[in-house]
Ligand binder design. Structure first.
Ligand code: SF4
Length: 437
């Protein structure tokens, strides 16, 4: 097999996968390969996959099947990410034309596996469930020069009954705080203004390493001191682990944005129990109330699954009512799909697809209504925007501290800078404004 000179990397799924893609791109560039944007021009194709929903898996399986049928390519093909972990060797049976499978905890083995494939070894696979802390995060090759994702904890110990993550990413492993600080200092030196700390549950940071005596809020205090980093965001939080100390850090630290992704998943206690979310609706609401009281003006995001096995219309209505009561700024709304290997697979997926879709639509409509009202309130206000790039119509595009998209006219010199913008109108998802001096 000839030595590849170029590579194409495609990411499916969450920000964690996007970051893993950036690390793989860095490893390959270090090896002397050039990244290309068209798969037709690449000697090496890597598909960094997602397993969280059935649709995500079907999309990538369809894509890989199509590549096999076209057979005109001599490119090396690799599958990485959560689907690699979930399907392991079975991928070679369905897709005999793929050359290697690399799990979420084996990115660091990319060089090694490529060498083996180049020596003529076929169907190489590495899918360790345990993450070893030997990943060189500093090698990441990022597209944005303004905003960077930083991994602080990998894996999850919560075992929600519908979720594959504990099986595809393994148990929680926190990264040493000093390593995270080094990476953030390096990024600040390169001109990055915003960082997003990533983990399946960032609030568990440090709990697996009690000897470090550093929990998530301590890490925020450490990173807030770094000159040049104007904004710190974090994703995702499990409601049970959101502490009062964290709320105080959001309130008191200038760089920490007043936005918390606080996924409720369902509004009925019976469904929450069945999901193994380990909180009740009232415990969740108490935490939201404490957060709103501690951090005035805080915005909240959520994930919600509708049509979980046995969910009744009345139970869905509870989800709808909580959603209305809280008024989320950001919401990822899904219909339930059973995932192989999860405890929820033991229950019949008994809610008809049309009922799931109808509930999904009702919630979406509510979300569009509430977020339109929220944006309307901002008309006439001045917001702080970090401009990151230009959109298709050549306008500057950025986000507020609370994650709202904003577009405005202006010169290239404003890219990568924080600006005050007066909002004059809004459309479907975006605020439109004018940069003020
Ligand atoms: S908290 Fe639950 S939903 Fe989130 S990654 Fe862990 S198991 Fe999955």
């Amino acid at each position: 097999m000839r030595n590849p000179k170029s590579f194409y990397l495609r990411t499916y799924g969450c920000q964690m996968n996007e970051l893993d893609t950036e690390i793989m791109a860095g490893i390959l560039k270090k090896r002397g390969l050039e990244q290309v944007q068209e798969e037709e021009n690449a000697d090496l194709l890597i598909f960094n996959t997602c397993s969280i929903r059935d649709l995500a898996e079907r999309k990538v399986m369809g894509k890989l099947g199509q590549l096999g049928r076209s057979k005109k390519r001599a490119a090396i093909i690799g599958v990485t990410g959560c689907m690699a972990m979930a399907k392991k060797e079975s991928l070679f049976k369905k897709l005999p034309h793929i050359d290697f499978v690399l799990g979420t905890n084996n990115i660091t083995d990319l060089d090694l596996v490529l060498d083996e494939v180049l020596k003529g070894e076929t169907q190489k696979i590495k899918t360790d469930l345990k993450f070893e802390e030997n990943l060189d995060y500093l090698v990441a090759s990022r597209e944005s020069k303004t905003s960077a994702h930083i991994s602080i904890i990998r894996g999850c110990d919560k075992f929600c009954t519908y979720c594959v993550v504990p099986y595809t990413r393994g148990r929680e492993v926190s990264r040493p705080g000093a390593d995270i600080e080094n990476e953030v200092r390096k990024l600040a030196g390169e001109g990055y203004k915003e960082i997003t700390l990533l983990g399946q549950n960032v609030n568990s940071f440090g709990k697996d390493k009690p000897e470090s005596k550093e929990l998530f809020h301590d890490l925020l205090y450490r990173l807030d001191k770094i000159d040049g980093i104007e904004r710190i965001r974090f994703l995702t939080s499990h409601p049970v682990d959101i502490t009062y100390e964290l709320m105080q850090a959001i309130r008191d630290l200038p760089s920490v944005c007043e936005f918390v992704h606080f996924p409720i998943q369902a509004g009925s206690d019976r469904i929450l129990r069945k999901m193994h979310r380990i909180y009740t609706k009232s415990q969740y609401l108490e935490k939201v109330a404490l957060l709103k009281e501690t951090v005035p003006g805080v915005s909240l995001g959520t994930d919600i699954i509708v049509g979980f096995p046995t969910e009744t219309e009345a139970e869905f209505q509870e989800t709808y009512d909580v959603f209305k009561e809280i008024g989320y700024s950001v919401a990822f709304l899904y219909t339930y799909s059973p995932r192989q290997g999860t405890p929820a697979m033991r229950w019949q997926d008994d809610i008809p697809e049309e009922v799931k879709e109808e509930r999904h639509q009702r919630l979406l409509e509510l979300f569009h209504e509430t977020s339109a009202k929220e944006r309307e309130k901002l008309v006439g206000e001045t917001v702080e925007v970090l401009f990151e790039k230009r959109n298709k119509t050549n306008m500057l595009k950025g986000r507020t501290r609370c994650w709202k998209k904003v577009i405005a006219d202006g010169p290239d010199s404003l890219l990568g800078t924080l600006q005050k913008v007066k909002v004059h109108s809004f459309n479907h998802e975006t605020l439109l404004g004018t940069v003020i001096a």
